[in-house]
Design a protein around this ligand. Structure first.
Ligand SMILES: [Zn+2]
Length: 339
């Protein structure tokens, strides 16, 4: 059973010896206390190793073939996790150590070492627990499995925060279209799925409202700012008179004069046009409150017309909404990849 855990590090060793001549440099590391996670970025591909030492408990993450390039750094964390330290361990290895407060431990099998690419790794820690029983003194350390890095592909920025804003809510149903289709019932599932998709890519995504309630515009913007979001993406559905079912299509808005907003809007807009069948009504400028008042790049996507014959049929479909969510999430990631 131990053997299963040893195998990945063996493969890692083989991989590294292939390009041992080139040392990577640790460009960025941070312990995110809110998410109990260490984020790492190197300038060349690496294959970390991880171990949990017991009595007392500490997590050791080694980055073979990596230069730290600085004196030892220690970050004080809090009650359960005392310190996270980073230092050059030997000539070829940078070592990070997470030291738990005395009386606390964590289950090694719940620590996840994962990659977003060969140069971007994160270590997800479980919440440390109070040590209940006398630990087994015979066991001193446990090697953790570290999967091979994800192949290059979608690589979001480490530490990226996205605020996703489902329009309307509660007594404010937004626009009402064909067959009584309500805007709030269209945009909420899309926004929720965008958040889930982004989170699966290692991005911190937050909703400006998490259930069916009315939230004013100012607190939506304030919430995004409070989370220090890198982008604000508001999701709405459009409407015109019920006597114009011929008007259908996608519109994506940004604030006038915002070049980053314009680029984000265009990237999301294109991603949607590639993914679903919808008429292109263009990327547009508007002085909407949420666009004007947001301090980060902000866009508002009108995913279609609830009063439009084609759009209303599509927006009522779970499958179509799901595709819209995928396209929006992909557009957001693409924007930050290109940055
Ligand atoms: Zn709306």
């Amino acid at each position: 059973m131990k053997l299963r855990w040893l195998l990945p590090s063996l493969i890692g060793t083989l991989l590294l010896s292939a390009n041992a001549a080139e040392a990577a440099k640790l460009k960025y590391w941070r312990f995110n206390a809110e998410q109990n996670r260490i984020d790492l970025i190197t300038d060349a591909g690496i294959q970390p190793k991880a171990q949990v030492f017991l009595n007392p408990t500490r997590l050791v993450v080694d980055l073979p073939g990596t230069v730290f390039g600085k004196p030892k750094v220690s970050q004080e964390i809090g009650k359960r996790i005392r310190f996270v330290r980073a230092a050059q361990f030997n000539r070829k290895t940078t070592r990070l150590v997470v030291e738990l407060a005395s009386g606390y431990t964590l289950s090694p099998e719940r620590v996840r070492v994962r990659s977003l690419s060969t140069t971007r790794w994160f270590v997800q820690l479980p919440r440390p627990e109070r040590l209940r029983e006398q630990p087994d003194q015979s066991q001193r350390s446990v090697d953790l499995p570290v999967p091979l890095p994800k192949p290059a592909g979608q690589v979001p920025k480490v530490g990226l925060v996205i605020a996703v804003d489902p329009g309307h809510g509660g007594p404010d149903s937004g626009a009402v279209g064909i067959g009584g289709l309500q805007e709030k019932r269209v945009v909420f599932p899309i926004a929720t799925e965008v958040v889930n998709l982004l989170q699966r890519q290692g991005v911190k995504a937050v909703l400006t409202r998490t259930d069916d309630r009315e939230v004013d515009l100012a607190p939506r913007v304030a919430r995004a700012k409070g989370f220090n979001a890198d982008a604000f993406v508001s999701i709405h559905a459009n409407a015109i008179s019920l006597s114009r079912p011929d008007i259908n299509g996608l519109e994506t808005y940004h604030a006038p004069g915002s070049t980053s907003g314009a680029r984000l809007a265009q990237t999301i807009h294109n991603s949607i046009l590639r993914t679903v069948s919808v008429q292109d009504r263009g990327v547009r400028q508007a002085r909407f409150y949420v666009l004007r008042k947001s301090s980060m790049p902000a866009v508002l996507v009108e995913v279609g017309f609830v009063t439009g014959r084609e759009d209303a049929a599509n927006l009522g479909s779970v499958n179509h909404r799901s595709k819209l969510a995928q396209a929006i999430a992909e557009g957001i990631l693409r924007y930050f990849q290109a940055k």
